[in-house]
Ligand binder design. Structure first.
Ligand code: DC
Length: 223
């Protein structure tokens, strides 16, 4: 049996990873793994006190949550204990909490095992911060997306506006900078490109252009 095909997509908050990972997965008919949603889900379950919790107790709590995937492409669903992970994890507050909880070794370790387990049974497109560096260093294709913080904040502002919420750009830019700092400077699995990742700056490109660039890399190497 040949090894599962793994495509990793890493990058900071608001760079378009989820949209692009879903689009790549849809084009190639592969399941899509949103590891940020896994951290967000655990952050919600564990609550704000998780950072102070003893490692052993955290491990026990994390072990009670089992992640699985259903479907593929754009219709992939991430399940936690057989329940689809929903919009409740998508707020800025949960994102910030996830970023803090993601620096806790016991939590990272638990999710590392869960993420690797998911790739044992199928090929997938995995999106996050450390997919190409820590979780799937053996991945056949690795991408690292980046964009200027102001551009990412503006995209987020438009998304929120479409959902009926108005948030000042300066506030969103500050939140993005804070989360970047937490994710890039933590001791364990910090956000950084893998040495063999293809770097794509999405600041001045739209989603179809970046998607075309990524698919050209994948197809250019024979998939
Ligand atoms: O991609 P996202 O914004 O949904 O991720 C939320 C937080 O989870 C992010 O700020 C850091 C953490 N995270 C991580 O540390 N490692 C990953 N592979 C994915 C997310």
């Amino acid at each position: 049996m040949s090894a599962p095909l793994i495509i990793t997509i890493d990058g900071p908050a608001g760079v378009g990873k989820s949209t692009l990972a879903r689009a790549v997965a849809e084009t190639l008919c592969l399941p899509y793994l949103d590891t940020g949603a896994m951290f967000r889900t655990l952050a919600l379950k564990l609550g704000a006190g998780a950072e102070e919790c003893p490692a052993q107790s955290l491990c026990q709590q994390c072990a009670a949550w089992h992640f699985s995937l259903r479907g593929s492409g754009g219709s992939t669903v991430l399940l936690c204990n057989a329940v689809p992970v929903g919009q409740e994890v998508r707020t800025e507050a949960v994102g910030m909490l996830a970023s803090r909880v993601a620096a806790v070794p016991a939590v990272r370790d638990c999710l590392k095992q869960a993420q690797r387990r998911l790739a044992l049974s199928c090929s997938l497109v995995a999106e996050g911060r450390d997919m190409g560096t820590e979780i799937f260093p053996e991945a056949q294709y690795k991408f690292f997306l980046d964009a200027r913080p102001e551009v990412r904040a503006l995209r987020r502002q438009k998304e929120l506006a479409a959902a009926g919420t108005t948030v000042p750009l300066a506030e969103l830019t500050e939140q993005i900078r804070q989360r970047d700092t937490l994710d890039r400077t933590r001791a364990l699995a910090p956000l950084r490109p893998a040495a063999d990742a293809v770097l794509v700056d999405t600041s001045d490109k739209d989603i179809p252009a970046v998607l075309a660039e990524m698919l050209a890399v994948v197809r250019g190497r024979g998939l």
